[in-house]
Design a protein around this ligand. Structure first.
Ligand SMILES: [Zn+2]
Length: 60
């Protein structure tokens, strides 16, 4: 079952967005999508390689 990589909610609880990264696919919910955009390093340890991702430079 797909789970949000940040909060572990399933697609029974929230809509999940599928993202592919380095040949694997993970899911994230809309609530945590901003983490992926602005603070991807927060996902280090949950998402392999997240520590190498760079946040978007534009913050709004
Ligand atoms: Zn989430």
């Amino acid at each position: 079952m797909n789970r949000c990589v940040a909060c572990d909610k399933t697609d029974q609880d929230v809509p999940l967005i599928s993202v592919s990264f380095r040949g694997s696919t993970f899911s994230i919910c809309p609530q945590h999508l901003p983490i992926l955009i602005h603070d991807p390093k927060m996902l280090a340890g949950k998402l392999p390689g997240a520590e190498d991702m760079n946040p978007a430079e534009h913050r709004d």
